[in-house]
Design a protein around this ligand. Structure first.
Ligand SMILES: *Cc1c(COP(=O)(O)O)cnc(C)c1O
Length: 427
Protein backbone atom coordinates (compact mmCIF):
# COMPACT_ATOMS: atom_id res chain seq x y z
CA UNK A 1 0.00 0.00 0.00
CA UNK A 2 1.18 3.52 -0.83
CA UNK A 3 1.72 5.95 2.01
CA UNK A 4 -1.67 7.62 2.33
CA UNK A 5 -2.12 11.38 1.99
CA UNK A 6 -5.10 13.47 2.87
CA UNK A 7 -5.26 15.11 -0.55
CA UNK A 8 -7.69 14.97 -3.44
CA UNK A 9 -4.88 13.82 -5.75
CA UNK A 10 -4.08 10.85 -3.56
CA UNK A 11 -7.76 9.87 -3.28
CA UNK A 12 -8.22 10.12 -7.03
CA UNK A 13 -5.12 8.07 -7.72
CA UNK A 14 -6.45 5.28 -5.49
CA UNK A 15 -9.80 5.40 -7.28
CA UNK A 16 -8.04 5.24 -10.64
CA UNK A 17 -6.27 2.05 -9.54
CA UNK A 18 -9.43 0.50 -8.07
CA UNK A 19 -10.61 -2.52 -10.09
CA UNK A 20 -14.06 -2.26 -8.47
CA UNK A 21 -14.54 1.46 -9.12
CA UNK A 22 -17.02 0.74 -11.94
CA UNK A 23 -19.62 -0.68 -9.55
CA UNK A 24 -20.35 2.80 -8.20
CA UNK A 25 -22.10 3.64 -11.48
CA UNK A 26 -24.50 0.77 -10.91
CA UNK A 27 -26.15 2.47 -7.89
CA UNK A 28 -28.53 5.34 -7.30
CA UNK A 29 -27.03 7.93 -4.96
CA UNK A 30 -29.65 10.04 -3.17
CA UNK A 31 -29.86 13.72 -4.13
CA UNK A 32 -31.14 15.72 -1.18
CA UNK A 33 -31.65 19.49 -1.37
CA UNK A 34 -30.26 19.46 -4.93
CA UNK A 35 -27.05 17.90 -3.80
CA UNK A 36 -25.76 14.35 -4.22
CA UNK A 37 -25.10 13.17 -0.69
CA UNK A 38 -21.93 11.56 0.62
CA UNK A 39 -23.45 8.21 1.58
CA UNK A 40 -21.84 6.27 4.44
CA UNK A 41 -24.80 4.34 5.73
CA UNK A 42 -24.62 1.05 3.89
CA UNK A 43 -24.48 -0.54 7.35
CA UNK A 44 -28.08 0.55 7.84
CA UNK A 45 -29.61 0.58 4.37
CA UNK A 46 -27.53 -0.19 1.29
CA UNK A 47 -28.04 1.92 -1.84
CA UNK A 48 -30.36 0.84 -4.62
CA UNK A 49 -28.80 -1.02 -7.56
CA UNK A 50 -29.97 0.69 -10.76
CA UNK A 51 -31.09 -2.65 -12.17
CA UNK A 52 -33.55 -3.18 -9.29
CA UNK A 53 -36.38 -1.38 -11.09
CA UNK A 54 -35.98 -3.46 -14.23
CA UNK A 55 -35.96 -6.70 -12.24
CA UNK A 56 -39.15 -5.68 -10.41
CA UNK A 57 -40.74 -4.75 -13.72
CA UNK A 58 -40.13 -8.26 -15.04
CA UNK A 59 -42.11 -9.75 -12.17
CA UNK A 60 -44.89 -7.15 -12.44
CA UNK A 61 -45.22 -7.87 -16.17
CA UNK A 62 -45.28 -11.62 -15.60
CA UNK A 63 -47.90 -11.22 -12.91
CA UNK A 64 -50.02 -9.09 -15.28
CA UNK A 65 -49.50 -11.54 -18.12
CA UNK A 66 -49.93 -14.83 -16.29
CA UNK A 67 -51.76 -14.27 -13.01
CA UNK A 68 -51.47 -17.38 -10.91
CA UNK A 69 -49.92 -19.27 -13.84
CA UNK A 70 -46.78 -17.22 -13.20
CA UNK A 71 -45.88 -19.70 -10.45
CA UNK A 72 -44.81 -22.00 -13.27
CA UNK A 73 -44.72 -19.84 -16.42
CA UNK A 74 -43.05 -16.62 -15.30
CA UNK A 75 -39.59 -16.07 -16.78
CA UNK A 76 -38.28 -16.91 -13.32
CA UNK A 77 -41.00 -19.26 -12.04
CA UNK A 78 -42.23 -18.06 -8.64
CA UNK A 79 -42.78 -21.60 -7.40
CA UNK A 80 -39.04 -22.16 -7.10
CA UNK A 81 -37.96 -18.50 -7.02
CA UNK A 82 -35.86 -18.77 -3.85
CA UNK A 83 -33.65 -21.34 -5.56
CA UNK A 84 -32.09 -18.76 -7.91
CA UNK A 85 -30.68 -16.95 -4.86
CA UNK A 86 -29.08 -19.87 -3.10
CA UNK A 87 -25.77 -20.10 -4.88
CA UNK A 88 -24.97 -16.39 -4.64
CA UNK A 89 -26.03 -16.22 -1.00
CA UNK A 90 -24.03 -19.34 -0.11
CA UNK A 91 -20.91 -17.74 -1.64
CA UNK A 92 -21.34 -14.60 0.47
CA UNK A 93 -21.45 -16.54 3.76
CA UNK A 94 -19.14 -19.43 2.85
CA UNK A 95 -21.73 -22.19 2.85
CA UNK A 96 -22.76 -25.13 0.75
CA UNK A 97 -25.92 -24.57 -1.27
CA UNK A 98 -27.91 -27.11 0.72
CA UNK A 99 -27.15 -25.15 3.92
CA UNK A 100 -28.73 -21.84 2.82
CA UNK A 101 -32.23 -20.61 2.20
CA UNK A 102 -33.66 -17.12 1.75
CA UNK A 103 -36.96 -16.55 3.55
CA UNK A 104 -38.91 -14.23 5.87
CA UNK A 105 -37.22 -11.36 7.69
CA UNK A 106 -34.30 -11.46 10.09
CA UNK A 107 -35.99 -11.43 13.50
CA UNK A 108 -38.53 -14.01 12.34
CA UNK A 109 -35.66 -16.26 11.32
CA UNK A 110 -33.84 -15.75 14.62
CA UNK A 111 -36.97 -17.04 16.34
CA UNK A 112 -37.28 -19.99 13.97
CA UNK A 113 -33.65 -20.94 14.52
CA UNK A 114 -34.01 -20.68 18.29
CA UNK A 115 -37.07 -22.93 18.14
CA UNK A 116 -34.83 -25.60 16.62
CA UNK A 117 -31.53 -24.85 18.33
CA UNK A 118 -32.30 -23.40 21.73
CA UNK A 119 -33.50 -26.52 23.49
CA UNK A 120 -32.99 -25.86 27.21
CA UNK A 121 -33.03 -28.99 29.31
CA UNK A 122 -34.11 -28.40 32.88
CA UNK A 123 -33.24 -31.97 33.86
CA UNK A 124 -29.56 -31.67 32.99
CA UNK A 125 -29.40 -27.99 33.94
CA UNK A 126 -28.32 -26.93 30.46
CA UNK A 127 -30.77 -24.06 30.20
CA UNK A 128 -28.78 -20.91 29.54
CA UNK A 129 -28.25 -18.68 26.56
CA UNK A 130 -25.06 -16.66 26.21
CA UNK A 131 -24.99 -13.47 24.15
CA UNK A 132 -23.15 -10.16 24.04
CA UNK A 133 -24.38 -7.39 26.36
CA UNK A 134 -26.30 -4.64 24.57
CA UNK A 135 -27.09 -6.83 21.61
CA UNK A 136 -29.18 -5.19 18.90
CA UNK A 137 -32.60 -4.52 20.49
CA UNK A 138 -34.53 -6.91 18.25
CA UNK A 139 -32.14 -9.71 19.20
CA UNK A 140 -32.51 -8.83 22.87
CA UNK A 141 -36.30 -9.01 22.65
CA UNK A 142 -36.19 -12.24 20.66
CA UNK A 143 -33.87 -13.86 23.21
CA UNK A 144 -35.81 -12.59 26.22
CA UNK A 145 -39.12 -13.88 24.88
CA UNK A 146 -37.64 -17.23 23.80
CA UNK A 147 -36.44 -17.74 27.36
CA UNK A 148 -39.88 -16.86 28.73
CA UNK A 149 -41.48 -19.16 26.14
CA UNK A 150 -39.54 -21.99 27.79
CA UNK A 151 -40.61 -20.80 31.25
CA UNK A 152 -37.14 -19.48 32.03
CA UNK A 153 -36.46 -16.18 33.81
CA UNK A 154 -34.02 -14.11 31.72
CA UNK A 155 -32.52 -12.71 34.92
CA UNK A 156 -31.32 -16.23 35.76
CA UNK A 157 -30.83 -17.90 32.41
CA UNK A 158 -29.35 -15.21 30.20
CA UNK A 159 -25.58 -14.73 30.35
CA UNK A 160 -24.50 -11.41 28.83
CA UNK A 161 -20.82 -10.82 28.22
CA UNK A 162 -20.00 -7.12 28.58
CA UNK A 163 -16.96 -4.96 27.88
CA UNK A 164 -14.78 -4.34 30.93
CA UNK A 165 -15.26 -1.19 32.96
CA UNK A 166 -14.12 1.80 30.91
CA UNK A 167 -13.77 -0.21 27.67
CA UNK A 168 -15.94 -0.20 24.55
CA UNK A 169 -15.11 -3.56 23.03
CA UNK A 170 -15.66 -7.11 24.13
CA UNK A 171 -12.47 -8.96 24.79
CA UNK A 172 -12.41 -12.30 23.04
CA UNK A 173 -10.76 -13.85 26.09
CA UNK A 174 -13.75 -12.73 28.19
CA UNK A 175 -16.21 -14.39 25.80
CA UNK A 176 -14.20 -17.60 25.86
CA UNK A 177 -13.87 -17.45 29.65
CA UNK A 178 -17.63 -16.94 30.07
CA UNK A 179 -18.28 -19.99 27.92
CA UNK A 180 -15.79 -22.01 29.96
CA UNK A 181 -17.19 -20.76 33.30
CA UNK A 182 -20.71 -21.85 32.40
CA UNK A 183 -19.81 -24.86 30.31
CA UNK A 184 -22.34 -27.21 31.88
CA UNK A 185 -25.20 -24.73 31.78
CA UNK A 186 -25.10 -23.20 28.31
CA UNK A 187 -27.55 -24.54 25.74
CA UNK A 188 -26.91 -21.86 23.12
CA UNK A 189 -24.26 -19.25 22.33
CA UNK A 190 -25.72 -16.59 20.03
CA UNK A 191 -23.73 -13.47 19.20
CA UNK A 192 -23.80 -10.76 16.52
CA UNK A 193 -20.91 -11.60 14.15
CA UNK A 194 -20.07 -7.91 13.70
CA UNK A 195 -21.37 -5.70 16.49
CA UNK A 196 -23.74 -3.09 15.09
CA UNK A 197 -22.59 -0.39 17.50
CA UNK A 198 -18.83 -0.75 17.70
CA UNK A 199 -18.18 -2.49 14.37
CA UNK A 200 -16.20 -5.19 16.19
CA UNK A 201 -15.85 -8.40 14.14
CA UNK A 202 -15.55 -11.43 16.38
CA UNK A 203 -13.50 -14.51 15.71
CA UNK A 204 -16.47 -16.69 14.83
CA UNK A 205 -14.41 -19.80 14.31
CA UNK A 206 -12.84 -19.61 17.77
CA UNK A 207 -16.15 -18.85 19.49
CA UNK A 208 -17.77 -21.76 17.66
CA UNK A 209 -15.00 -24.11 18.74
CA UNK A 210 -15.25 -22.96 22.35
CA UNK A 211 -19.04 -23.30 22.34
CA UNK A 212 -18.84 -26.80 20.94
CA UNK A 213 -16.17 -27.81 23.44
CA UNK A 214 -18.61 -26.72 26.16
CA UNK A 215 -21.34 -28.87 24.63
CA UNK A 216 -23.40 -25.92 23.38
CA UNK A 217 -24.92 -25.01 20.04
CA UNK A 218 -23.46 -21.88 18.41
CA UNK A 219 -25.35 -19.49 16.13
CA UNK A 220 -24.67 -15.98 14.83
CA UNK A 221 -26.67 -12.98 13.77
CA UNK A 222 -24.80 -11.80 10.69
CA UNK A 223 -26.84 -8.65 9.97
CA UNK A 224 -23.68 -6.53 9.99
CA UNK A 225 -21.37 -9.23 8.70
CA UNK A 226 -22.99 -10.62 5.53
CA UNK A 227 -21.52 -8.83 2.53
CA UNK A 228 -19.12 -6.94 4.79
CA UNK A 229 -16.54 -9.43 6.03
CA UNK A 230 -15.27 -12.79 4.77
CA UNK A 231 -17.24 -15.70 6.22
CA UNK A 232 -16.74 -19.46 6.10
CA UNK A 233 -19.72 -20.74 8.03
CA UNK A 234 -19.43 -24.28 6.74
CA UNK A 235 -15.72 -24.71 7.47
CA UNK A 236 -16.04 -23.01 10.86
CA UNK A 237 -18.78 -25.52 11.72
CA UNK A 238 -21.18 -22.82 12.86
CA UNK A 239 -24.50 -24.49 13.72
CA UNK A 240 -26.79 -21.81 12.32
CA UNK A 241 -26.84 -18.17 11.26
CA UNK A 242 -29.28 -15.53 10.04
CA UNK A 243 -28.77 -12.24 8.24
CA UNK A 244 -30.73 -9.46 6.60
CA UNK A 245 -30.16 -8.32 3.04
CA UNK A 246 -30.97 -4.60 3.19
CA UNK A 247 -27.72 -3.50 4.89
CA UNK A 248 -24.50 -4.47 3.10
CA UNK A 249 -26.44 -6.63 0.65
CA UNK A 250 -28.30 -3.66 -0.93
CA UNK A 251 -31.62 -5.43 -1.41
CA UNK A 252 -34.05 -2.77 -0.22
CA UNK A 253 -35.92 -1.89 2.98
CA UNK A 254 -37.28 -4.91 4.84
CA UNK A 255 -36.06 -7.29 2.14
CA UNK A 256 -35.84 -11.04 2.54
CA UNK A 257 -33.50 -12.60 5.12
CA UNK A 258 -31.05 -15.47 4.81
CA UNK A 259 -30.64 -18.56 6.96
CA UNK A 260 -27.74 -20.99 7.27
CA UNK A 261 -28.13 -24.40 8.86
CA UNK A 262 -24.97 -26.49 8.91
CA UNK A 263 -25.29 -29.73 6.99
CA UNK A 264 -24.75 -31.63 10.26
CA UNK A 265 -28.23 -30.45 11.24
CA UNK A 266 -29.85 -29.64 7.94
CA UNK A 267 -30.93 -33.20 7.27
CA UNK A 268 -32.16 -33.94 10.78
CA UNK A 269 -35.86 -34.55 10.86
CA UNK A 270 -35.75 -35.01 14.65
CA UNK A 271 -35.19 -31.29 15.28
CA UNK A 272 -38.18 -29.34 16.56
CA UNK A 273 -39.32 -26.70 14.18
CA UNK A 274 -42.24 -24.43 13.47
CA UNK A 275 -43.17 -25.57 10.00
CA UNK A 276 -45.13 -24.29 7.00
CA UNK A 277 -46.11 -25.70 3.64
CA UNK A 278 -43.08 -24.30 1.80
CA UNK A 279 -40.77 -26.42 3.94
CA UNK A 280 -42.70 -29.59 3.13
CA UNK A 281 -41.43 -32.21 0.69
CA UNK A 282 -41.72 -30.53 -2.73
CA UNK A 283 -43.24 -33.52 -4.48
CA UNK A 284 -46.06 -33.77 -1.97
CA UNK A 285 -46.65 -30.09 -1.19
CA UNK A 286 -49.86 -29.84 -3.19
CA UNK A 287 -51.30 -33.14 -2.02
CA UNK A 288 -52.32 -31.15 1.05
CA UNK A 289 -51.95 -34.21 3.25
CA UNK A 290 -51.42 -34.33 7.00
CA UNK A 291 -47.99 -34.99 8.50
CA UNK A 292 -45.08 -32.59 7.96
CA UNK A 293 -42.19 -34.03 5.97
CA UNK A 294 -39.33 -31.49 5.76
CA UNK A 295 -37.36 -30.90 2.56
CA UNK A 296 -33.81 -32.07 3.29
CA UNK A 297 -31.43 -29.14 3.86
CA UNK A 298 -32.06 -25.57 4.99
CA UNK A 299 -35.07 -25.32 2.67
CA UNK A 300 -36.95 -27.51 5.12
CA UNK A 301 -37.23 -24.51 7.47
CA UNK A 302 -39.28 -22.45 5.01
CA UNK A 303 -42.79 -21.46 5.99
CA UNK A 304 -44.31 -19.43 3.21
CA UNK A 305 -44.16 -19.10 -0.55
CA UNK A 306 -41.49 -16.77 -1.89
CA UNK A 307 -41.80 -12.95 -1.56
CA UNK A 308 -40.92 -12.54 -5.22
CA UNK A 309 -40.62 -8.73 -5.37
CA UNK A 310 -38.07 -8.66 -2.55
CA UNK A 311 -36.25 -11.57 -4.03
CA UNK A 312 -36.08 -10.04 -7.51
CA UNK A 313 -34.07 -7.16 -6.07
CA UNK A 314 -31.96 -9.47 -3.94
CA UNK A 315 -31.02 -11.42 -7.08
CA UNK A 316 -29.74 -8.23 -8.74
CA UNK A 317 -27.74 -7.37 -5.62
CA UNK A 318 -26.28 -10.87 -5.23
CA UNK A 319 -25.22 -10.89 -8.87
CA UNK A 320 -23.14 -7.78 -8.14
CA UNK A 321 -21.42 -9.63 -5.29
CA UNK A 322 -20.77 -12.55 -7.61
CA UNK A 323 -19.31 -10.19 -10.23
CA UNK A 324 -17.18 -8.24 -7.75
CA UNK A 325 -16.10 -11.18 -5.57
CA UNK A 326 -16.00 -11.12 -1.77
CA UNK A 327 -12.19 -11.43 -1.76
CA UNK A 328 -11.76 -8.35 -3.96
CA UNK A 329 -14.38 -6.42 -2.00
CA UNK A 330 -12.63 -7.23 1.26
CA UNK A 331 -9.28 -6.17 -0.14
CA UNK A 332 -10.66 -2.78 -1.17
CA UNK A 333 -12.62 -2.49 2.07
CA UNK A 334 -9.51 -2.86 4.22
CA UNK A 335 -7.77 -0.06 2.37
CA UNK A 336 -10.80 2.21 2.18
CA UNK A 337 -11.52 1.97 5.90
CA UNK A 338 -7.83 2.38 6.74
CA UNK A 339 -7.93 5.57 4.65
CA UNK A 340 -10.96 6.86 6.57
CA UNK A 341 -9.14 6.12 9.82
CA UNK A 342 -6.06 7.97 8.54
CA UNK A 343 -8.12 11.02 7.52
CA UNK A 344 -9.89 11.13 10.88
CA UNK A 345 -6.58 10.97 12.73
CA UNK A 346 -5.19 13.85 10.66
CA UNK A 347 -8.23 15.99 11.45
CA UNK A 348 -8.20 15.06 15.11
CA UNK A 349 -4.50 15.89 15.44
CA UNK A 350 -5.02 19.30 13.80
CA UNK A 351 -8.03 20.26 15.92
CA UNK A 352 -7.68 22.17 19.18
CA UNK A 353 -11.26 21.55 20.28
CA UNK A 354 -12.21 18.02 19.30
CA UNK A 355 -10.50 14.67 19.74
CA UNK A 356 -11.83 11.65 17.91
CA UNK A 357 -11.73 8.30 19.54
CA UNK A 358 -12.38 5.44 17.16
CA UNK A 359 -13.89 2.69 19.26
CA UNK A 360 -13.86 0.13 16.43
CA UNK A 361 -10.85 -2.22 16.71
CA UNK A 362 -7.70 -0.93 15.01
CA UNK A 363 -6.84 -4.40 13.74
CA UNK A 364 -8.28 -5.17 10.31
CA UNK A 365 -8.98 -8.77 11.32
CA UNK A 366 -11.38 -7.49 13.96
CA UNK A 367 -13.46 -5.10 11.91
CA UNK A 368 -15.45 -4.71 8.73
CA UNK A 369 -15.82 -1.43 6.86
CA UNK A 370 -17.58 0.53 9.61
CA UNK A 371 -15.82 2.88 12.01
CA UNK A 372 -17.63 4.07 15.14
CA UNK A 373 -16.38 7.45 16.27
CA UNK A 374 -16.66 9.11 19.63
CA UNK A 375 -16.13 12.84 19.24
CA UNK A 376 -14.90 14.08 22.59
CA UNK A 377 -15.87 17.68 23.15
CA UNK A 378 -18.83 17.54 20.76
CA UNK A 379 -21.86 15.35 20.34
CA UNK A 380 -25.08 15.40 18.39
CA UNK A 381 -24.37 18.96 17.31
CA UNK A 382 -21.37 17.78 15.30
CA UNK A 383 -23.45 15.09 13.66
CA UNK A 384 -26.16 17.61 12.72
CA UNK A 385 -23.55 19.86 11.14
CA UNK A 386 -22.15 16.93 9.18
CA UNK A 387 -25.64 16.21 7.90
CA UNK A 388 -25.97 19.85 6.85
CA UNK A 389 -22.73 19.38 4.88
CA UNK A 390 -24.41 16.63 2.85
CA UNK A 391 -23.07 13.61 4.73
CA UNK A 392 -25.43 10.74 5.46
CA UNK A 393 -23.90 8.88 8.39
CA UNK A 394 -25.59 7.51 11.45
CA UNK A 395 -25.93 8.66 15.03
CA UNK A 396 -26.32 6.30 17.96
CA UNK A 397 -27.06 7.37 21.50
CA UNK A 398 -25.31 8.32 23.67
CA UNK A 399 -22.65 9.80 21.36
CA UNK A 400 -21.37 7.57 18.59
CA UNK A 401 -21.18 8.44 14.89
CA UNK A 402 -21.07 5.36 12.70
CA UNK A 403 -19.48 5.76 9.27
CA UNK A 404 -19.36 2.90 6.80
CA UNK A 405 -17.40 3.34 3.56
CA UNK A 406 -18.79 0.47 1.52
CA UNK A 407 -16.33 -1.02 -0.98
CA UNK A 408 -19.08 -1.84 -3.51
CA UNK A 409 -19.98 1.80 -4.17
CA UNK A 410 -17.94 4.19 -2.04
CA UNK A 411 -14.74 5.75 -3.35
CA UNK A 412 -11.54 7.11 -1.86
CA UNK A 413 -12.69 10.50 -3.06
CA UNK A 414 -15.87 10.07 -0.97
CA UNK A 415 -13.66 9.57 2.07
CA UNK A 416 -11.59 12.64 1.22
CA UNK A 417 -14.78 14.74 0.91
CA UNK A 418 -16.04 13.28 4.17
CA UNK A 419 -12.88 14.61 5.81
CA UNK A 420 -13.45 18.05 4.31
CA UNK A 421 -17.10 18.03 5.47
CA UNK A 422 -15.94 17.05 8.94
CA UNK A 423 -13.46 19.94 9.01
CA UNK A 424 -16.23 22.36 8.03
CA UNK A 425 -18.53 20.93 10.68
CA UNK A 426 -15.82 21.43 13.29
CA UNK A 427 -14.99 25.00 12.21
C1 LIG B 1 -30.54 -4.72 11.46
C2 LIG B 1 -30.58 -5.72 12.52
C3 LIG B 1 -31.78 -6.35 12.89
C4 LIG B 1 -33.09 -5.96 12.25
O1 LIG B 1 -34.03 -6.99 12.28
P1 LIG B 1 -35.22 -7.05 11.24
O2 LIG B 1 -35.98 -8.25 11.66
O3 LIG B 1 -34.63 -7.14 9.87
O4 LIG B 1 -36.02 -5.78 11.37
C5 LIG B 1 -31.74 -7.32 13.87
N1 LIG B 1 -30.56 -7.65 14.48
C6 LIG B 1 -29.40 -7.06 14.14
C7 LIG B 1 -28.13 -7.47 14.83
C8 LIG B 1 -29.38 -6.07 13.18
O5 LIG B 1 -28.23 -5.47 12.87
Amino acid sequence: MMTPEYTIDYARSRDAADQLAGFREQFHFPVINDRQVLYFTGNSLGLQPKKAGEALQVELEDWARWGVEGHFHARNPWYSYHEILTEGAAAVVGAQSSEVVMMNALTVNLHLMMVSFFRPDKQSGRTKLLCEAKAFPSDQYAIETQLRFHGLDPALHLIEVAPREGEHLLREEDILAAIEDHKDEIALVMIGGVNYYSGQFFNLERITRAGHAAGAIVGFDLAHAAGNVPLKLHDWEVDFACWCTYKYLNSGPGSVSGVFVHERHAYRSDLQRFAGWWGHDKDERFLMEQGFKPIPGAEGWQLSNAPVFNMAIHKVALDQFTDAGMTQLREKSLELTAYLEFVLKQISAASATVKFEIITPASSRERGCQLSILAHGMGKQLFDKLTAEGVIADWREPNVIRVAPVPMYNSFEDVYHFGKAMEKALA
